[in-house]
Design a protein around this ligand. Structure first.
Ligand SMILES: [Zn+2]
Length: 139
């Protein structure tokens, strides 16, 4: 089976490498994971929105961010349901669900069914995949 996915943002790896730091590239384009408690946003509590570091798409809002104790930014749901795409990930001998930016295909993290909200979801997202916009900056 071949997967045909249309992205709004399509760039060759060489271009991504120029635009992203090596760590951001490893996560967004190669599905890497940053070490817990090291990312820029795992403990961020400010009001604002989190955009895709690769393409700027709006992904998550601070109103759904919660302290999961995992060391990664965690959200109960995306700000815009269509902004993310979920796909099965059976790597590392685990059955997980990968979260991808629909706009650019960038790897964001994984979603687990043990969240605190009514939807019961925990979006476990790498700081490296996100760019935070403080609420007082956006107007
Ligand atoms: Zn994106």
């Amino acid at each position: 089976m071949s997967e045909i996915t249309t992205r709004n943002v399509n760039k060759p790896d060489a271009q991504w490498r120029e635009e992203l730091t090596p760590e951001q590239f490893a996560i967004l384009r190669e599905s890497g994971t940053e070490p817990p408690f090291t990312g820029e946003y795992w403990d961020t509590k400010a009001d604002g929105s989190y955009r895709c570091r690769g393409c700027g798409a709006m992904l998550f809002g601070s109103d759904t961010k919660f302290d999961s104790g995992t060391g990664w930014p965690s959200f109960s749901e995306p700000a815009v349901a269509d902004a993310v795409e979920l796909r099965p990930d059976n790597s590392l001998l685990m059955r997980r669900t990968e979260v991808v930016c629909r706009n650019c295909g960038g790897h964001l993290g994984h979603v687990f069914p043990d969240g605190p909200g009514s939807g019961g979801q925990r979006y476990c997202i790498n700081s490296c995949s996100l760019a935070f916009d403080p609420a007082d900056k956006v107007d």
